[in-house]
Design a protein around this ligand. Structure first.
Ligand code: ADP
Ligand code: MG
Length: 480
């Protein structure tokens, strides 16, 4: 039997507002437990929620970015359930009338094929608090700092057909919300959380199979693993004559497996009803226009611009726009050096390798854009060769100073004095009469390759400092 996988994702993005969605408490991460929860967040009787305008603006920004219908009128609803980290006994969310309706995003698959994934809706809601199970010996601690943090829940159509496609989609949403500046995208801190709905069906069957919802996934790598594990589990279960039940399953990264957490509630279990404490959200044309006028450049547009304006390859443009921080870094280096190709080579090459090696994001790079530009300018004006530049870069990386300071201190200035280079060339030729003989007797077509030996010798003698182009020219003049 051939099986087909069907996946739909629900992504909770924490909106990067300073205060909460219905109260003035701070949303900053990492504070002492329960120091950032006020009476509204605690669900005290008699207090009233007041909607954060910025959260609405961010939701609309997202709607614009995915070509979605933005509702002129949306409604907050109470989603009722009991849990210790939800003091009100209900979560304020949106149900029948979400702020963002149907939209779509494009993902690029490994073979380069472009696939469109539908977004069903995106709605505003408040986050719950956190239950802390460690450190409390048989008890549970409750931290309500996160209660009331604004979330935009982005629900996809069940359009993905493999874990790979699901990852590509999740990365794309991550890229869009971080480019938009509406979410910091930090998965470790829970600012970007993915739940995956997974089902399988016999290939060719029109109806979907029963799905399980996977929760507790905090990296793209785990998302892929969790889905793959779940697909295998469901296929085995069905092939052994069993049935998939609709339920919520928890992904355990340590054991790389999913475990049943609870049977899935139906929407009507939540007794949704419009929240009488909040007015419907009405978005007028002026608000829409203001958001539209303020839209940052999106990743696809920036990639195309990089190709067209800087003559970069699709591969380079893709890599350089992978994150907004990378694109900003590259553009700063490119502008400061006036050499986009050189900037692209270094950001994608030496810098990316160094970041990768230490597992650092570009935002934390010890060599910032201005510092790298300072180095590349010295290649541009022939003060140093590209090879020496790599040496200088390493020293800059370990905090030993700026490019100019290091070139000066280590005496790395390139030798461009042709008299000095000629002296070195003569020494090398005199020391290698046999190779000179061979060269001169060789087929001229083979000579360009053979000259490499002499270039290498001269460079070595100069400790890498001779200008390679001048060395080549002088050698050719003397040998030919
Ligand atoms: P709920 O509100 O119970 O979570 P929804 O109908 O809103 O359910 O769907 C949630 C997610 O599940 C959506 O992303 C949707 O695409 C996905 N989904 C729905 N049915 C299936 C299925 N049979 N297999 C995989 N994903 C599914
Ligand atoms: Mg759901």
């Amino acid at each position: 039997m051939q099986w087909e996988t069907v996946i739909g994702l629900e992504i909770h993005t924490q909106l990067a507002t300073h205060s909460k969605i219905f109260s003035g408490s701070s949303t900053a991460f990492g504070a002492e437990p329960n120091t950032q929860a006020n009476l509204v967040d605690l669900g005290m009787p008699g207090v009233l929620p007041v909607l954060n305008r910025k959260a609405v603006e961010y939701a609309v920004r997202f709607g614009r970015a995915i070509d979605a219908h933005v509702a002129e009128r949306s409604v907050f609803a109470r989603k009722n359930y009991f849990y210790p980290d939800l003091p009100k006994g209900y979560q304020i969310s949106q149900f029948e009338l979400p702020i963002v309706g149907k939209g779509c995003v494009e993902i690029v698959l490994e073979d380069g094929e472009v696939k469109t994934v539908g977004v069903t809706r995106a709605h505003l809601e408040e986050d719950a608090g956190k239950s802390l199970h460690e450190d409390f010996h048989g008890m549970t601690g409750i931290d309500l700092n996160r209660a009331g943090t604004p979330l935009l829940e982005i629900v996809s159509e069940p359009d993905m057909r493999s874990a790979r496609e699901a990852i590509a989609y999740a990365r794309k949403i991550h890229q869009i919300v971080t480019y938009l500046g509406i979410c910091d995208g930090n998965m470790q801190e829970g600012s970007f959380r993915c739940d995956a709905n997974v089902s399988v069906r016999p290939k060719g069957q029109a109806e979907f199979g029963t799905r399980a919802e996977l929760k507790n996934i905090n990296s793209f790598r785990f998302l892929e693993r969790a889905i793959n594990y779940e697909v295998e589990r469901q296929i085995e279960l069905i092939e052994d004559g069993g049935k998939v039940v609709q339920e919520t399953r928890l992904y355990d990264a340590n054991r790389d497996e999913t475990r049943s957490m609870r049977s899935k509630e139906e929407a009507n279990d939540y007794r949704y009803f419009p929240d009488p404490d909040l007015l419907p959200v009405v978005i007028d044309q002026a608000f829409m226009d203001a958001v539209s006028a303020d839209m940052p450049e999106l990743p696809d547009a920036r990639r195309t611009r990089f190709q067209e304006a800087f003559g970069l390859s699709a591969y380079d443009a893709n890599g350089l726009t992978a994150t907004r921080a990378t694109a900003d870094y590259f553009e700063a280096v490119s502008a400061a050096t006036g050499d986009a190709k050189l900037a692209a080579n270094w950001v994608m090459g030496e810098l990316a390798a160094a970041l990768n090696k230490e597992g650092l994001e570009i935002e934390r790079s010890p060599v910032d854009a201005a510092a790298l530009a300072g180095l590349l300018l010295r290649i541009r004006d022939n003060t140093i060769s590209g090879k020496i530049a790599k040496q200088v870069f390493e020293a800059m990386w370990s905090g030993q100073g700026s490019a100019d300071e290091l070139i000066e201190a280590k005496g790395l200035k390139q030798i461009t004095d042709s008299g000095a280079i000629e002296a070195l060339v003569d020494e090398v030729l005199a020391a290698n009469p046999e190779q000179v003989e061979n060269y001169r007797n060789a087929d001229p077509a083979k000579r360009p390759k053979m000259i490499g030996f002499f270039v290498g010798q001269v460079m070595k003698k100069s400790q890498g400092k001779a200008n390679p182009q001048q060395v080549n020219e002088l050698l050719r003049g003397k040998l030919d």
